[in-house]
Write a protein of this length. Sequence first.
Length: 128
Amino acid sequence: MADAQHCQIKGKVLEKKSMTTLDSVKIEIYEGSLMYKIIYSDQGGRFDTKMFQVISNVSFRISRQGYERRVIRFNKLRGNNVIFMDISLRKITAEEESKILRKEEKKHKTKSKRKKYARPGKRILLPF
């Protein structure tokens, strides 16, 4: 039986203009639409996924208050591999941040309105 294949992604998160490291950056790792794990960059801006099984359609959703949000996608990760990746984030103004938050709130509200659930007790007559 073959050993399980694993992959590790590590690197630093940097401020785009000054190229200084950013700590406490939230990195959400998704497999398809399911959350796999959440990690944070340390005081030196470093992050490390600590080895995970090889999966396809992996995405990193990177965020920190006061900075742009980024999504990085991988189609297929190769097994027994270490990937080094530096991520740069652009600082945004308070106005840009509030605009993004309003947009996300609006998106969340419309999503919740669209959901329709079956109502118990309601019967539908079928035409046959």
